[in-house]
Design a protein around this ligand. Structure first.
Ligand code: GDP
Length: 325
């Protein structure tokens, strides 16, 4: 892949160059990885920062409708918006549903928008790295807001929250008066809960659901990153476009407060440290995946099974041997 001049084009906001660069960081080829590293390093010349917004919600709550309406609103305000998707199910099936351009066709036609489907990697760890790097590239390309969308399954929410400045949970109005099966851990990550579909016949149920969640959020442990009133629950209608402006206002005031308090930079620094440690962990595990390592494990495994060496002694011997290569 030709990467000469790619970083300049990215810094100029060229969306085709950005798409190519993301393809490069997603590649598993060793030479591509080296080029990707060089590129990521090079675009750090700029200190541009986007507002990174993580957005989660189960299929059907209205994520794509929300992103389209919200994204169009931001563009009308003169902002540039990138949308990245993390879909663990697409990693399994090899295809990608989330971020599919047809789901947000108005936004996809805007020159100030960039939409990228989920990378189809077999492991969440791989998806995490690629998404994180894609976020950095979008920031370098001058996008003001980077939305990172995920479905509410497995570990993907934690991963997205760990690369976002703000984390939003999108819900639909509940039928009854009990809270939808939202796991406590996910509630604890949310900065804002948006109850979507607050329109027509669903408005009354949305009002109840919103009040229920506002109550549940008040019961959660206070986090240092929250100003008074946060985390909060609000109602929106992505279909009608109502509440979006208010929600954006709240996001801005939350982000502004965290910046003023120095929490924004602290969080980003802590996130960078976390991802670094993840990379080390990932690389160490990859070392066990080579044919030599597997042979070594098999060899010592047989000795341990036969009672010739202790498990601990054999483990130490394997670690010593791996450190030599
Ligand atoms: P996703 O799977 O979370 O991306 O959900 P979609 O955006 O595809 O929306 C799922 C369904 O909910 C679609 O039929 C939408 O038309 C509908 N929907 C989305 N937002 C709203 C809303 O604000 N109000 C109403 N009444 N329906 C909505």
């Amino acid at each position: 892949m030709q990467i000469d001049g790619l970083s300049d084009k990215i810094l100029n906001g060229d969306r085709r160059a950005l798409a190519r660069a993301i393809t490069l960081v997603e590649s598993s080829r060793t030479d591509h990885r080296a080029a990707a590293e060089a590129l990521l390093q090079d675009v750090q010349r700029t200190d541009r920062q986007a507002l990174r917004i993580g957005l989660s919600g189960t299929p059907g709550v209205g994520k794509s409708t929300f992103i389209e309406a919200f994204g169009m609103m931001l563009i009308e305000q003169g902002l540039r918006v990138a949308v990245l998707a993390v879909d663990p199910s697409s990693a399994r099936s090899g295809g990608s549903i989330l971020g599919d351009k047809t789901r947000m066709d108005r936004l996809a036609r805007e020159k100030d928008a960039f939409i990228r489907p989920s990378p189809s990697r077999s492991q969440l760890g791989g998806v995490a790295r690629h998404t994180r790097e894609a976020v950095a590239l979008c920031e370098a390309a001058g996008f003001d807001v980077v939305l990172i969308e995920t479905v509410g399954v497995g570990q993907s929410e934690t991963m997205v929250a760990q690369m976002s400045d703000l984390f939003l949970l999108l819900l639909a109005p509940a039928g009854g008066d009990e809270l939808q099966g939202v796991k406590r851990g996910i509630m604890e990550m949310a900065d804002m809960i948006l109850v979507n579909k607050a329109d027509g016949d669903l408005k009354a149920a949305a009002t109840r659901t919103c009040a229920d969640y506002a109550g549940a959020l008040r019961l959660l442990r206070k986090r240092p990153q929250d100003p008074p009133g946060f985390p909060k629950a609000m109602m929106v209608s992505a279909a009608e476009g109502s509440g979006l402006d208010e929600a954006w206002g709240q996001m801005q005031s939350l982000a502004g407060w965290r910046k003023d308090e120095g929490l924004w930079a602290d969080t980003r620094a802590a996130q960078a440290r976390l991802w670094f440690e993840e990379e080390v962990r990932h690389a160490l595990l990859a070392r066990l995946n080579t044919p030599q390592a597997k042979a070594l494990l098999n060899d010592y495994g047989t000795q341990v099974a036969g009672g010739d060496v202790t498990a601990t002694g054999a483990a130490q011997a394997v670690l010593d041997r791996l450190a030599e290569v």
